[in-house]
Design a protein around this ligand. Structure first.
Ligand code: EPU
Length: 360
């Protein structure tokens, strides 16, 4: 890790009028008044103190996979490219693995498996960086990042002070954390430490994943003769998640997108019972607190939006929850599409959809 072994340089290497097209997965063609590439923490501290950008707004970008940029950014964009990953500690129960904020999430997950430390395989192929993962508590196929989270290190933008936050301080929820609420735009996450238990249990119950594992012959009950459950390996789960995601979700390098554009809404049971009477095949998941989570993709699909476009902003053909830039769309056009969808879903189901990415 390249923490503070170097003194901060006198001035930051600021790039003026910097194009952000390659730094957001929608591929919106907007520019930053200033940008600074952060490969060492000292560069971050220098940028935060640089008088040329004093008082200007700051925007932290990792992979740019969870942001809608609707116009040029009049301020300083911090491009987090901090690299490094290592086992920081190990006890009889778990490995503690630290990765720098700029590491590519998927490459980090693949590396932990190669090193014989399973536990993150369900989160394979999620776009973005390690430092962005805690902000929305990324989750997929039956696992949320917070279940493997130990702590993180961040720099407070206003003061340049380093802080260490545990899971409680991060306040994780479904696609939510402290960093989307009180901590919003206040920190740069420089590294994250994960706790990977040595006793590994496969998480293979999510319907799409179980189906894919069965199709590959990697499932429990596959071909066993002695009644003992055959469990999928972590690598089999990783491969199956990659296959399911490739089949359903567009590759941002080929078709600009930010994954799910809306959160799956959670409603109370009375509202759900009323809805269910009108829409008997509505897809729902009962929550521990008695409320019910609905599949936003299903609601949007039901309103006829799948595959539809408004200009170059469109709803993906294979997954109605994903909005895409077919080429040349602006963030404003994409948000207009999002609002039209929200309106239709509200009119038909009385349910409000909340955008998942940060809209600027
Ligand atoms: N569905 C439809 N039509 C659609 C899309 C979905 O009818 O166009 C139905 C499906 O048939 C299924 C249900 O809706 O019955 C749920 O769909 P799916 O299993 O594909 O998952 P999702 O709820 O659409 C969530 C996450 C994804 C994550 C998958 C797998 C959210 C907002 N999205 O999607 O996360 O990969 O589950 O765990 O929670 C992301 O956050 O960017 C993301 C891709």
């Amino acid at each position: 890790m390249s923490h503070s072994e170097f003194a901060a340089p006198a001035a930051a290497s600021l790039m003026a009028d910097y194009p952000l097209k390659a730094h957001n997965t929608f591929g919106f063609d907007v520019r930053a008044q200033f940008a600074c590439l952060i490969e060492r923490e000292a560069q971050l501290l220098a940028a935060l103190r640089d008088p040329r950008v004093a008082g200007l707004p700051r925007l932290v970008l990792g992979g740019g996979s969870n942001v809608v940029l609707t116009g040029d950014f009049a301020g300083l964009v911090l491009l987090v490219a901090l690299r490094g990953r290592r086992v920081v500690r190990e006890d009889q129960h778990a490995w503690y693995v630290e990765a720098a904020g700029g590491e590519t999430w998927h490459e980090f997950v693949a590396w932990t498996l190669e090193e014989g430390m399973p536990g993150l395989e369900n989160l394979a192929l999620i776009p973005g960086t390690v430092g962005a993962a805690p902000i929305q508590n990324i989750g997929a196929y039956g696992l949320e990042m917070c279940e493997r989270f130990a702590s993180l290190r961040a720099i407070e933008i206003a003061t340049g002070e380093a802080v260490e936050l545990d899971a409680e301080a991060c306040g994780f929820g479904y696609r939510d954390s402290f960093f989307k609420r009180e901590g919003r735009e206040r920190f740069v996450i420089t590294s994250v430490t994960f706790r990977l238990p040595k006793v590994w249990q496969p998480r293979a119950g999510y319907a799409d994943l179980a189906r894919e594992l069965a199709a590959r012959g990697d499932t429990a009950n596959a071909g066993q003769t002695d009644g003992a459950a055959v469990q999928p390996t972590a690598q089999a789960i990783f491969d199956a998640v990659v296959a399911v995601r490739r089949a359903k979700l567009p590759d941002p390098l080929e078709l600009g997108n930010a994954g799910s554009f809306f959160k799956n809404p959670v409603i109370d049971s009375a509202q759900f019972e009323a809805l269910k009477r009108r829409e008997p095949d509505i897809v729902s998941y009962a929550q521990a607190d008695g409320r019910v989570k609905l599949a936003a993709g299903w609601l949007i699909d039901r309103c006829g939006w799948k595959g539809r476009a408004m200009g170059a902003a469109a709803v993906h053909e294979r997954q109605a929850l994903v909005l895409v830039n077919r080429g040349g769309a602006s963030g404003t056009q994409l948000l207009a599409l999002a609002r039209a969808i929200q309106r239709d879903v509200f009119e038909r189901f009385g349910v409000e959809l909340e955008a998942e990415p940060v809209c600027l």
